[in-house]
Write a protein that binds this ligand. Structure first.
Ligand code: PLP
Length: 412
């Protein structure tokens, strides 16, 4: 008799975005003439950069001729892309990463989810709360999370680290006797839009090295960093190469949410139980992954050309401007606002005593703006709302004006 992975049965339903969609659809059905503005889901809206499109067109032409046709590529990614990544994302910031430490993939969701394949089942996992749900759910699927306790909306074996306004959105190091083995950190963070500065990241690197722990560093939103003193890569912190794996994505930085491409860095110096994790990840990838498409990798490499870089920067500037407009507008309306400065996410506090789903409903039905309730990202997200800056600039201005007007009328 075939059996199934029982851990899947322990997973709570993916409630957040389906519930948002359900409430939105119900409201729109009752009010068909209302123009709703979507600021909930973190998907980009601007087209790919012209340099990327040109490179992809050229790559399609390559595929049309026997002399330039590409079949299976190297599982780790083409050298032309890995070399461009090393020069453009690391050497340019004084960080020494070798091309064979870079693994190109179809995105950071796959890699942050799949990395658990090379880890023992008895690792104690630490995540920030609120959190990007993939880190938690993939560990639950592997049986590392224990059981899900509906009453506290948390897994019994996961160590949750609240990151809220009260602690400056910096997760506290575990106390003595409460050690953790694998720590997921995301900076700039989804959903709070906040960042970890050099000293905060260094404290975690030192902890991980001292305890032979591992940091899974998700830098999917790196390109949005504007402030000095905020590391773009964890490898800017001395000692990180012996304790950290870094995940990058072209999704939010260059509009690849639909095209699909990202990469993961596993340093050669990273060793646990006498084994190089780079060798393990290579073994995993060569067995289970056949590489990202040649056409897409050519497109991704174009991001690192001078014109590609400028075009991508222009798109990021567009989203950054939206984030700025939202932050300023909400602050003017009297809300406590976080994120936005180094991130496409704006995280703000609901009015005193109003739950995040309750305020989601208020914004939907009165401002006609679709948001994401913070509680959907974990218990410590209660009392917050996430907005994204990925929308159309005019629609973003309109959404902010609607919220400001209602706040001025005392509607909230
Ligand atoms: N990591 C974080 C923190 C994200 O928010 C997302 C997407 O929303 C991803 C990874 C996934 O990125 P990708 O599109 O490369 O799979």
């Amino acid at each position: 008799m075939a059996t199934i992975n029982q851990n899947y049965l322990k997973l709570p339903g993916s409630y957040l975005f389906s519930e948002i969609a359900r409430r939105t659809a119900a409201y729109q059905e009752e009010h068909p003439d209302v123009k709703l503005i979507k600021m909930g889901i973190g998907d980009v809206t601007r087209p790919l950069a012209p340099a990327v499109i040109d490179a992809m067109h050229q790559a399609v032409d390559d595929m049309a001729h026997a002399e330039t046709f590409h079949g299976y590529g190297p599982e780790q990614g083409y050298a032309f892309l890995r070399e461009a990544i090393v020069a453009g994302d690391f050497a340019s910031r004084g960080v020494d990463i070798a091309p064979d430490e870079v693994f190109v993939s179809d995105g950071a969701k796959s890699d942050t989810g799949n990395i658990g394949d090379i880890l023992g089942f008895d690792n104690r996992i630490a995540v920030c709360d609120p959190v990007y749900p993939v880190y938690v759910d993939t560990n639950a699927m592997a049986g590392r999370a224990g059981y899900y306790d509906e009453s506290v909306q948390a897994w019994s074996n996961i160590h949750y680290m609240p990151t809220t306004a009260e602690n400056g959105f910096c997760p506290a190091l575990p106390e003595d006797g409460d050690e953790v083995d694998v720590i997921y950190l995301c900076s700039p963070n989804n959903p709070t839009g906040t960042v970890l500065n050099f000293d905060q990241l260094k404290a975690w690197v030192d902890y991980a090295n001292a305890h032979d722990a591992l940091i899974m560093f998700d830098a999917a939103y790196e390109r949005f960093i504007t402030e000095e003193g905020v590391p773009h890569s964890i490898y800017e912190v001395p000692g990180a190469k012996t304790c950290a794996i870094e995940f990058r994505s072209f999704s939010k930085t260059a509009g690849f949410t639909g095209a699909r491409c990202g990469y993961t860095v596993v340093p050669k110096d990273l060793v646990r139980q006498g084994t190089h994790l780079n060798d393990l990840w290579l073994r995993r990838q060569t067995t289970k992954f056949n590489g990202a498409s040649y056409i897409i990798q050519r497109g991704a490499a174009a991001i690192y050309t001078p014109e590609g870089k400028q075009q991508v920067e222009d798109t990021i500037a567009y989203y950054r401007h939206n984030a700025h407009v939202v932050k300023e507008g909400l602050e003017a309306a009297g809300f406590a606002v976080f994120g936005a400065v180094n991130s496409p996410y704006i995280w703000f506090k609901t009015p005193e005593g109003t739950g995040s789903w309750e305020f989601f409903d208020a914004l939907l039905t009165r401002a006609h703006v679709i948001t994401t309730p913070g509680a959907g990202f974990g218990p410590s997200g209660e009392g917050y709302i996430r907005l994204t800056a990925f929308g159309d600039a005019d629609a973003t201005v309109e959404a902010v004006e609607r919220i400001k007007k209602l706040a001025a009328e005392g509607a909230f």
